[in-house]
Design a protein around this ligand. Sequence first.
Ligand code: ATP
Ligand code: MG
Length: 571
Amino acid sequence: MDTKELSEEIKTEEKAPLNFIEKIIEDDLASGKVPNNKIVTRFPPEPNGYLHLGHIKSICLNFGLAQKYGGVCHLRLDDTNPAKEDMEYIDSIKSDIKWLGFDWGENEFYASDYYEQLHEIAIDLIKKGMAYVDSQTPEQVKENRGTLTTPGKNSPDRDRSIEENLRLFQEMGEGKYPEGKYLLRAKLDMASPNINMRDPALYRIKYAEHPRTGNKWCVYPMYDFTHPISDAIEGITHSICTLEFEDHRPAYDWACSIDNIEHAPHQYEFARLNINHFVLSKRKLLNLVNLGIVSGWDDPRMPTVSGIRRRGYSPEAMKDFVNRVGVAKVESVVDYSLMEFCVREDLNKRAKRCMAVLDPIKLVIDNYPEDQVEYFDAENNPEDPSAGTRKIPFTKEVYIEREDFMEVPPKGYHRLYIGNEIRLKTAYYVKAISCEKDAEGNVTVVHCTYDPESRGGETPDGRKVKGTSHWVSAKFAVSGEVRLYDKLFSAEDPGSTTGNYLDDLNPESLVVVKDAKLEPSLAEAKPGDYLQFLRSGYFTPDYDSTPEHLIFNRTVTLKDSWAKQKAKMGL
Ligand code: ATP
Ligand code: MG
């Protein structure tokens, strides 16, 4: 998608009317269906990994709707699988939501808060003859569930007596049986066209320490049972989830009907966020972490909230992005470049401009006094005059980018070559006169002269130069490591060719510049600062940056070189 198309698309998005969920909510509010006229939504992550970009969409939707319609959004940790869950994940989820700027206030809940209630409901179902303990092996359960085209087969245990069911369920909970030996199932309809209604599992045996309930339980409720009942207990009015749960809606409605709840919650499904060049699945992301392909969940290449934060994306940019994507009922894949477009738009407004030379070559100004230091006022942000200026020191020796000098310039090269004059940003005009080279013929030093009349970047005679280079005083420069990030996957749909997403890793997703030369103000930069290194891109200090070893992460390049490259390749 080129920039023009992108902005066309964006314009139409901006005029977008209410999305379908907003319409439903407005209708429900208008018809008085909502208790106290106060909508209650929830964001229900399972704490088995860090939140990713897809979750941002769900968070913005659920918290955003509550804000827009004066309701509340609960945070519910959906902790029903103790084998995969961890306190580390719970903590990261909470801090990520806060970083995005949302607050659940006192409405922090855990599915495990409802274990007692769920257990009682299960016993009640058994007593009413609506649930039974199944002794089929997991393989038999699967086999007898049937397929989309063939009905399932009733379990031989379906007519077990209520007394026996009660005893077995009790013993399951006492730890008398190994995992997989018994399953508590609802007695619905093994011939239902919807597989999720074919006697869904309610409870399974699991021996694992739960992050919150420890070893208190060895039977755990299943998702399709826990989720609707948790929603009902909390008085959720609009339970919003992704499309893959559409087929679970009858099971959801069934579970909500068990207790004759007055205002049963309703489930609505929307299309999940997919972005090309990314995998958005906690299982796959965990794998990248475990295999050491990335440095952790918060590696700046990870599509996790903690990864993009470390990379220097702002919460505002991400909210803008999910807004532009919109809420739809049909799955689609969003172009990575739309996300980067939003990040650039945001950073252009807020990033402090700085000078940093990533691939330095020394420029000696032969006619500049040896020990002289001049301070120039450099603009912090041309987009925002209120951002003010800062002083940058200028001296006889400065660093410029190696690519800004060519001994033999190709046609159309407007930067420095012998005999050519360029502007050193906010400083002086300089003209190259000679260069020094090492034994291999690489240029090591460029000599030039400056025009003292051109102070500030203009001359009294008004002569023009075509090139402007950024620079850093050699005497005052601070050294730093700069990490240049690119897409983690080079393929648009990782794994689509070989079936293994790891085959599509981009070998150049991280390029480290060991010794960049930075203007002195960058020694003070802190993680969370939004910076632009002139001409190189947007950057932010890494968490591991220290005064002794400065480290900067490239958030995004200034232009979409990928789109250009694709255009060149005719894609
Ligand atoms: P994953 O498939 O990546 O493991 P998940 O769906 O298992 O994610 P949950 O913790 O269960 O993750 O998700 C919490 C909420 O976030 C759910 O309501 C889920 O529908 C929503 N969600 C997850 N992935 C996406 C996505 N890509 N786009 C939008 N919402 C999502
Ligand atoms: Mg899940």
